[in-house]
Design a protein around this ligand. Structure first.
Ligand SMILES: Cc1cc2nc3c(=O)[nH]c(=O)nc-3n(C[C@H](O)[C@H](O)[C@H](O)COP(=O)(O)OP(=O)(O)OC[C@H]3O[C@@H](n4cnc5c(N)ncnc54)[C@H](O)[C@@H]3O)c2cc1C
Length: 389
C-alpha cells in the first residue's frame, strides 16, 4: 500500500488532520487499531470537551462543526476556582452579556462528527489493526501493521495517544508526569441551577470540578488517590450520587448519577521532539495535557491546523523545513501552558501546609489582579481582549 501521508490513530486529532488535508493534493491513509464501528459511532466516554472559540472556528472550517447537534452543546459562561473553605474565588468570565467563554461538547460527538467529515474526503481508513513497526528513511517511511501488511508513506504522523507506541518506535522520548491520582468523570443531575458556571474546587484530599451541561445537569470530574477512585467506581449509583453531593457540600442540592462513570489515570506527557525524519507527532502524542485547564484537544486541533498548512505548501510532505516550522510553532503555543498547568495541578493537589498557604495567596492575588484574569480569559476565548467584571 502506498500513500503520501500515513496518520497513525483515528482519534480526534488524527481525524482532524485528515479532514484539514482534504483538497491538499496529498493522499492520506489513516491507520487505526480499533475496529471501524468503534470510531464511526464512538461510545460515550464521559469527557465533555471545553472548546475555545478558535477550536470551534477550526472545526467549522474543516466541515465538522455543523455535524454536531447544537442542542447537545452547552455554553460555558463563567469559570470559578475555589480553594478549600476560602470564600475568595478566582473568576473567569467574558465581559458583557455576549459570547460565552467556550462550549462544552461531548467527546463522543466530536469524534463522530470528525469521522463523518473524513468519510466525505478521499482519505482511506485501515481500521482494526495496530501499527507494530516503523522504519523512517531519508526517502520515505514504512509502517508495519499487525498481521504483517506494510504501508509506504512519504510522511508518518503519529496521533496515537499520550502513551504513543509510534513515538517510541521513532526513537523519540517524552517527559511523563504521573500525578498519582485518578479522575472519575460522569454526568450528574441536580436540584440547583448551575447558571452556566464551571467550578474547580480544590478541597483537602480531593479535587472536584463541575462542568455545566444543558438543564439541571453537570459533568462531575472527581480527582482522587487511585484506591479511593476505585471504591467510588464500585459504589452503587445511589451511593455515588450521595457521595458526590457530600463531596460538593450540597452546593447544587442533591445529585444523582445520570449515566456511566469513566476512570482515567492522571498522566501528562510532552514529547522531547515533535518531528523527526519523515515523521511528526500530533495531538496527545505530542502534548498530553493535564485536563484541569481543558486544553488537550484544543491544542490537538490547533496543531492539526498548523501542520496541515505546512503540508499543503509543497510537493513533498516530508520536507524538513515545513516540519520544523510546525514543531517550533506548536512548541511555542503549548509549552508555557503545559508547564503552568502542571505547576498549578501539583500545587493544588498538595495538602501540606506550605502548599495550602501558597495557593491561598495565589488565589487572593489572582482575585485582585484583573489583568491576569483578563489575559487568561482572552486565551480561553482566543480573542485579543475580553473585558473582565
Ligand atoms: C477526563 C478528560 C477531560 C478532558 N477534557 C478536555 C477539555 O475540556 N478540553 C480539551 O481540549 N481536552 C480535554 N481532554 C483531552 C482530550 O480528550 C484529548 O486531548 C484528546 O482526546 C486527544 O486526542 P488524540 O486523537 O490525540 O488521542 P486519542 O483520543 O487518545 O486517540 C488515539 C487513537 O490512536 C489509536 N491508536 C493507539 N495506538 C495505536 C496503534 N499502535 N496503531 C493504530 N492506532 C492506535 C487509538 O485506538 C485511538 O483511536 C480531556 C481528557 C480527559 C481524559
Amino acid at each position: 500500500m502506498n500513500t503520501d501521508i500515513a496518520i497513525i490513530g483515528a482519534g480526534p486529532a488524527g481525524l482532524a488532520l485528515a479532514a484539514a488535508l482534504a483538497g491538499s493534493g496529498q493522499r492520506v491513509t489513516l491507520l487505526e487499531r480499533a475496529p471501524e464501528a468503534a470510531i464511526a459511532d464512538p461510545a460515550f466516554d464521559g469527557r465533555e470537551i471545553a472548546l475555545t472559540h478558535r477550536s470551534q472556528a477550526i472545526l467549522r472550517e474543516i466541515g465538522a462543526w455543523d455535524r454536531i447537534p447544537a442542542a447537545e452543546t452547552a455554553p460555558l459562561r463563567e469559570a470559578k476556582v475555589l480553594n478549600g473553605a476560602n470564600p475568595l474565588a478566582l473568576r473567569f468570565a467574558p465581559g458583557g452579556a455576549g459570547e460565552p467563554l467556550g462550549r462544552l461538547v461531548p467527546n463522543q460527538l466530536i469524534r463522530r462528527a470528525l469521522f463523518e467529515t473524513v468519510a466525505t474526503t478521499e482519505a482511506k481508513l485501515v481500521a482494526g489493526r495496530a501499527v507494530v513497526g516503523l522504519e523512517l528513511g531519508a526517502q520515505g517511511a514504512v509502517v508495519r501493521l499487525e498481521g504483517g501488511e506494510t504501508v509506504r508513506a512519504r510522511l508518518v504522523v503519529a496521533a496515537d495517544s499520550r502513551f504513543s507506541e509510534a513515538r517510541r518506535l521513532a526513537g523519540i522520548g517524552a517527559a511523563m508526569l504521573d500525578f498519582g491520582r485518578s479522575m472519575i468523570v460522569a454526568r450528574v443531575a441536580h436540584e440547583g441551577a448551575h447558571e452556566g458556571v464551571a467550578t474547580e474546587w480544590f478541597g483537602h484530599g480531593q479535587t472536584i470540578a463541575m462542568l455545566p451541561l444543558n438543564g439541571a445537569m453537570s459533568s462531575v470530574v472527581l480527582t482522587l488517590p487511585p484506591a479511593e477512585a476505585q471504591d467510588a467506581m464500585a459504589m452503587p449509583p445511589e451511593a455515588f450520587g450521595a457521595a458526590v453531593t457530600r463531596r460538593y457540600q450540597g452546593r447544587l442540592g442533591r445529585m444523582t448519577l445520570a449515566g456511566t462513570r469513566h476512570l482515567y489515570p492522571l498522566v501528562a506527557s510532552y514529547a522531547h521532539r515533535f518531528v523527526g525524519r519523515r515523521f511528526a507527532l500530533l495531538g496527545d502524542a505530542a502534548v498530553g495535557m493535564h485536563p484541569v485547564t481543558a486544553h488537550g484537544f484544543n491544542f490537538g486541533l490547533s496543531g492539526a491546523e498548523v501542520l496541515a498548512r505546512e503540508l499543503g505548501r509543497g510537493e513533498d510532505p516530508g520536507a524538513v523545513a515545513g516540519l520544523f516550522r510546525y514543531a517550533s510553532q506548536h512548541r511555542a503555543a503549548t509549552l508555557p501552558l503545559f508547564l503552568a498547568t502542571n505547576a498549578v495541578a501539583r500545587l493544588y493537589s498538595d495538602d501540606r501546609g506550605p502548599a495550602r498557604l501558597a495557593r491561598a495567596a495565589l488565589l487572593g492575588a489572582g482575585s485582585l489582579l484583573a489583568p491576569v484574569r483578563r489575559a487568561i480569559v482572552s486565551r480561553l476565548m482566543d480573542a485579543p481582549a475580553a473585558s473582565q467584571a
